[in-house]
Design a binder for this molecule. Structure first.
Ligand SMILES: *Cc1c(COP(=O)(O)O)cnc(C)c1O
Length: 388
């Protein structure tokens, strides 16, 4: 084993780097989750959580990974045999629709090329053709973490509304919440699915469902509902500051601190910071003479950038060299993109010099891997970061 010095660069698009103050907050002694102190803590926490989702409605917090919150969104709103529309934006969309199939739903999977977001017109066409109104929900991944493409949720909602179809809109924001502009209420989303370990700067272990009134109404007749994920008892207990079963108390302490950080910076500034770092990253990639996977200018992710390696180069080999030489982890190509891309995470607890170091490591690693990249790529990115 090589001795490592300094901090590891964890530049995968989640789990992301956890700020020291969040780690410290989580090290506080676990409190009685049935006691009065906890009730006051939870009531304040839940009040401050809504704005991050852009909602005044309930946000249900689960001890669980993002995958659990996917399941919660489906089982609370749907019944066995219901039809749902999923859109193939990449690996995560593929996994979510597979879960829906396994739960006994009939999935219509709108095909995609993994370089574009969900097409609002394609969604509208499918809904317009469904004159019997058998489709109960449309499921879209907001920020497809496997490709670095962000779907235009507001436009999808408008296209759905234009058809007059009553389907619910379920959106996965696991890698966008707290990094990329998102508005649950304003955009008319029915269930927003989120996780703790990406934009929210926490370790893995918490997941979330923001719930519209329409989704809540659907949950009263859902026949897929299971007791662990059931929104009803959680929302009821939350109204008194409690949970029906033991919550992940110390992760909630971390969430409290992470919310404080987001509040201090202000969400518009948080989003602008991510946009700017993503733009500087693309400048580097283009300067190197490489291609970004996202093929639509309107859909570049501000949370991560997926970089295509030239034909004949193994992206996993590049990542291995960067890990061995510079102690930096980058995201692998997932599913059909394995070996073809690597992903640079630039979300969460992140600043200009973290990006400068990250891009320097990528540039050096590419050259060590024998990829002839123009070193002007890094310089061009630094010019973006250092602009007056
Ligand atoms: C990370 C991620 C998931 C999976 O979340 P887990 O916490 O690993 O279960 C799902 N969807 C997207 C978009 C993600 O980025």
């Amino acid at each position: 084993m090589t001795t490592r010095t300094g901090r590891h660069f964890l530049q995968i698009p989640g789990p992301t780097n956890v700020p020291d103050q969040v780690l410290r907050a989580m090290s506080a002694p676990t409190m009685d989750h049935r006691g009065p102190e906890f009730a006051a803590f939870t009531t304040d926490l839940l009040t401050r959580l809504g704005p991050v989702f852009g909602t005044t409605g309930p946000v249900v917090v689960f001890p669980g990974s993002g995958t659990g919150a996917w399941e919660a969104a489906l089982v609370n709103t749907l019944s066995t045999g219901d039809r749902v529309l999923h859109v193939e934006t990449g690996h995560f969309a593929t996994l979510w629709q597979r879960m829906a199939t396994e739960l006994g739903l009939y999935v219509d999977f709108v095909p995609g090329d993994w370089r574009h977001g969900a097409d609002p017109e394609a969604v509208a066409e499918r809904l317009a053709a469904d004159t019997a109104r058998t489709v109960k929900a449309v499921c879209v991944v907001h920020n497809e973490t496997s490709t670095g493409v962000t779907s235009r949720i507001a436009e999808i909602r408008r296209a759905m509304d234009a058809t007059g179809h009553p389907a619910l809109l379920l959106v996965d924001t696991i890698s966008s919440l707290g990094s990329i502009d998102y508005r649950h209420d304003e955009w008319g989303v029915d269930v927003t699915v989120a996780g703790s370990q990406k934009g929210l700067m926490l370790p893995p272990g918490l997941s979330f469902n923001a719930v519209s009134e329409k989704a809540l109404a659907a949950s009263r007749t859902s026949r897929l509902r299971t007791s662990y994920w059931d929104w009803g008892p959680i929302i009821e207990a939350n109204s008194r500051g409690f949970f029906p079963y033991t919550p992940a108390t110390n992760l909630l302490y971390g969430l409290d601190e992470a919310l404080r950080m987001l509040e201090a910076e202000g969400l518009p500034a948080v989003f602008a910071r991510h946009d700017r770092h993503a733009a500087a990253t693309r400048t580097a990639v283009h300067g190197w003479g490489l291609e970004v996977l996202c093929a639509d200018e309107r859909e570049h992710s501000s949370a991560l950038t997926a970089v295509l390696v030239p034909e004949g180069v193994d992206a996993d080999k590049v990542r291995q060299i960067i890990l061995d030489r510079f102690d930096m982890s980058l995201g692998a190509g997932l599913g059909r993109l394995a070996g073809r891309i690597f992903r640079i995470g630039h979300l969460g607890h992140f600043n200009d010099l973290t990006l400068a170091g990250t891009l320097a490591g990528v540039q050096m690693g590419l050259r060590l891997a024998g990829v002839r990249v123009d070193p002007g790529g890094l310089t061009a990115a630094l010019d973006v970061l250092g602009a007056e």
